[in-house]
Design a protein around this ligand. Structure first.
Ligand SMILES: Cc1ncc(COP(=O)(O)O)c(C=O)c1O
Length: 367
């Protein structure tokens, strides 16, 4: 029995890097008690907008809220259809439903696992008002191709897993009419709690999103429309600014780790991640496919390797979306992926020795 542990995600190393900056920022915040929309929020919003190559970043309470606010800022709601991939985290679909619109699912590509452009084309009707390309696992979906192919339909990028990723020279969150991102703690840039942001180059949509996050109000006690309370907390903005300064370097560490996995796993019967042409991947997750996934996952976990599954159930097979009426077999690529996907530990701070241990355990499990 050995006691080696390699978790799926380890945030401890990151914290050691930002500890001093966070404490200093929090001390300042405590001194001026600027808990709601204090100066650190605007500072982070400017910094992240610049990092993402957009004019506006609006900090909100979570990635799910960011998606909902983006959809509502476009005026998309009851009676409208929004196309999204069946292979994504549930929040993409929930944001559509919460805005009152109807999710229309399409399958993913069998190699990159990203939304399939041809499948979008087949799903479009006169009710389609928006498309959500989801930049899964750290690489961007073909958002530019989608925006150009369907010029009359709104595009909202789900950029929760892709901070710092680029496609054909364009940044994650800068291509759609709006982008939505998450700063859930395990994301490439993560807060110390829930947080998210809406990104856009459009001044009017930015103003709309800013209003929606603040009870539909620009002027205190004046509410021209129904918004909700979802602002980025000052406490989180301090953490995020400290991490933003290091994000590019941390993404590079993720890339190095991905390269090493590529070498270590080259001779195993494992489907390695495929990077689409033109993509700079930021390796939020390292998603492989393996035979006998449940057994292999069990052996890895038993040996202290925190491998995971992204995702075990496509959207249409969740109870929450049984009302869409899609049974098994509706989206075969997404379903096959859900049965064979295996995510290996990856994070800034993982050591080559950790990765060798993961590869050794995987090799034994596949024997
Ligand atoms: C693809 C995707 N979309 C949306 C979200 C929702 O973000 P949050 O957890 O911040 O609400 C997440 C992460 O949780 C995600 O991975």
């Amino acid at each position: 029995m050995n006691d080696r542990r390699v978790p799926l995600v380890d945030l401890a190393w990151q914290h050691t890097q930002v500890d001093q900056d966070v404490r200093r920022g929090w001390d300042e915040m405590l001194a001026d008690t600027s808990f709601i929309l204090g100066p650190p929020v605007g500072e982070f919003e400017s910094g992240f907008a610049e990092f993402s190559g957009v004019r506006h970043c609006i900090g909100v309470g979570s990635g799910t809220d960011a998606l909902e606010i983006a959809i509502r800022a476009l005026g998309v709601g009851p009676g409208d259809d929004v196309i999204l991939p069946a292979n994504t985290f549930i929040a993409t679909a929930l944001a559509v439903t919460r805005a009152g619109a109807t999710p229309v699912l399409v399958d993913c590509s069998p190699d990159t696992y990203l939304i399939d452009v041809e499948a979008i084309e087949a799903a479009i009707t006169e009710r389609t008002r928006a498309i959500i390309p989801v930049h899964l696992y750290g690489q961007m979906a073909p958002a530019r191709e989608i925006r150009d192919a369907f010029p009359d339909i709104w595009v909202v990028e789900d950029a929760a897993q892709s901070q710092g990723a680029r496609r054909l020279g364009e940044s994650s969150g800068s291509i759609g009419h709006l982008g939505a991102t998450s700063f859930y703690p395990g994301k490439n840039i993560g807060a110390y709690g829930d947080a998210g942001a809406v990104l856009t180059n459009d001044d009017r949509l930015a103003e709309q999103a800013r209003k929606l996050r603040n009870w539909g109000s620009e002027v205190k006690y004046h509410h021209p429309e129904k918004g909700f309370n979802s602002r980025l907390d000052t406490v989180q903005a301090v953490v995020l600014s400290a991490k933003l300064r290091r994000l590019a370097a941390w993404n590079e560490l993720r890339s190095e780790a991905a390269r090493l996995y590529g070498e270590l796993l080259a001779d195993l019967p494992v489907q390695l991640p495929v990077v689409a042409d033109g993509n700079d991947h930021v390796w939020h997750l390292f998603v492989t496919r393996v035979p006998e996934r449940e057994r292999v996952l069990g052996e890895l976990n038993a040996n202290g390797v925190g491998a995971g599954i992204h995702y075990p159930t496509p959207i249409h097979l969740h109870g929450a979306y049984s009302d869409l009426g899609h049974g098994p077999g509706s989206f075969p690529n997404s379903e096959q992926l859900s049965q064979s996907a295996l995510s290996l530990p990856i994070y800034p701070g993982i050591t080559p020795e950790d990765q060798e241990y993961v590869a050794d355990c995987l090799k034994k499990a596949l024997r």
